[in-house]
Write a protein that binds this ligand. Sequence first.
Ligand code: ADP
Ligand code: GLC
Length: 483
Amino acid sequence: MKVLQVGAEVFPLVKTGGLADVLGALPQALVAAGVDTRLLLPGFPAILAGLKKPVVVYEIGAAFGAARVRLLRGTVAASGITAYVVDAPYFYQRAGNPYLGADGNEWPDNAQRFGLLGWVAAQVAVGGLDSAWTPDVLHAHDWHAGMACAYVAANPGATVATVYTVHNLAYQGLFDAKDFHLLGLPIAFMDPTRLEYHGKFSFMKAGLTNAERVTTVSPSYAGEIATNEFGCGLDGVVRSRGADVSGILNGVDDAVWNPAADKDISHTYSATDLTGKAAAKAALQKTLGLNADANAPLFTIVSRLTPQKGLDLVLAAIPDMLAAGAQLAVQGSGDAALEKAFTDAAAAHPGQVAVRLGYDEPFAHQMIAGADAMLVPSRFEPCGLTQLYALRYGTVPVVRRVGGLIDTVADADDTALQADTATGFMFGPATREALALAVHRTVHAFHQPAVWAQLQQRGMAQNFTWSAAAAQYLALYRELGAA
Ligand code: ADP
Ligand code: GLC
């Protein structure tokens, strides 16, 4: 079976969030399961720089307003996965974020930039751009790749199966109707059953309506996006797909996230010997200027700073956390107001609250390894990866009862503790009080060494693997007739 995975990020070359981790790990897991899996990516500078042995597969010429577009093929050095790259300097050779300009606004030509990505993917799948390789399945990820499904659907002769995965329904790729002609699609697609969305057109909707199957990155989120509360205006569209929508949980890439072999942390450790974890905590406290205190439970956060992540609740609960004797460290970047609020909190509470702004992959490992507990208070969370990494590192997750967090963390209530199934702490309402209560429960458990050790061990024994996820995707591809 041949599968083409289409997306805009891939770890370790370009990453703004968990999507990159998924596109870094899932292809490798599928290859290990015997599937001939390739990637198709936009030619951002870091992707071109990381592509080994590139060859030109096809001179596409002028497309979508770019004078010269080429399809390259090479391998991603880190994983050895074969990748097609859409080389269109006019669209992709830009400094900074893949989606946003330096002013923080979306690039004004995103409809063309990601329309082109989807169109080239469809040309590989149905147009034979690489005469030596044609996929049986085209699997597109998030709105950036959603158009691939529409271009396949617009081609009556297409036999390729299409799957669309929603990583985050809140980012929809919504564009002005006046630009629809730039896509080169039949006007019939500017229809509420296809791309049209309240007078505009939506790349997320293109994926949702045109793919044969839709998946999300956790079973709970698959249910949630069919509701008004979590549907971001597209819940009706999701409901209309009925049983075509399912959830497949993300995994942990063991080659990147393993406390026993992690090159980014000061002291490695494993479930059988956690000595290194205590040393990692001491090192982290020192680096961050926190009080050197083994008895102060250290809560960390590694996150994009956006409204999704519920970090306003953490800001509100800082007094409760400090009153409970906890320390808080935040690593993140994003929203200017949140960056300032955490910077101010750190200045107001030296030794107890620390913040690291910016994106730093090795330091994220140190934050997760050195922490006692990891806070993920998200308002919504399609899957969430940092709580999975925390579990792997013996760091107890404290999470809101939502989305993928429900599917990956087991609350330490009395029953679960007695049954030895508990792995973390959960809270329901998105309020300061509910978060503070969860923090209090966590601190209480932290001061009972036997209970804490039990939580850490049960968490480290969890096994969220990419091979399990790959097996489920493979079963889905087979249901669509791919062999
Ligand atoms: P999302 O994709 O919504 O941002 P996830 O939890 O799925 O949330 O994935 C976030 C990924 O990004 C994780 O790998 C996390 O470690 C990483 N990450 C987030 N913020 C930072 C940061 N400031 N520095 C380094 N890594 C970060
Ligand atoms: C999105 C979601 C996150 C998920 C990630 C990878 O960015 O916000 O919950 O883990 O995609 O699937």
